[in-house]
Design a protein around this ligand. Sequence first.
Ligand code: ZN
Length: 155
Amino acid sequence: MKDCLNKKQEECSKTSQQKSEKPKSSTEENKKGYKFSQKSLKLLDQCDTKLKYLFLEVIKEIDCSVIEGHRPKHKQDMFYEKGASKLKWPNSKHNLFPSRAVDVIPYPIDWKNIKRFKQLMKVVKKCAKKLDIKIRCGGDWFTFKDYPHYELKGK
Ligand SMILES: [Zn+2]
């Protein structure tokens, strides 16, 4: 990894392609080399700057995907009808723009692996504390466990 960082970019990508590894990070800090997909970044971009900072920190430690940022009215209505959300438009923090809530799941995706969701939650909490960002985790809710959900506290 260290050698790789010192070499030219082309050489680096060549070797990683051959070994079919995960993309190497461009910074020393991001040692594990996890990166958000373009789709994840696009969704994260719909969120409050604090959430962006937070999850760009989280991805350094644990691989994850963003599955929801801002949620428009038609989608919130649909979620409410399906029971996937307990909130009516525009009461979800996903309904704000920029969104004050984000849904993030561990990667690779396995919805049954609650242990990994909890592991992710632990990293998110640690990073939030470090960055002094006040959040609420859906995985902590008693009545309705919403493991992928993270939102900023307050208005
Ligand atoms: Zn959510």
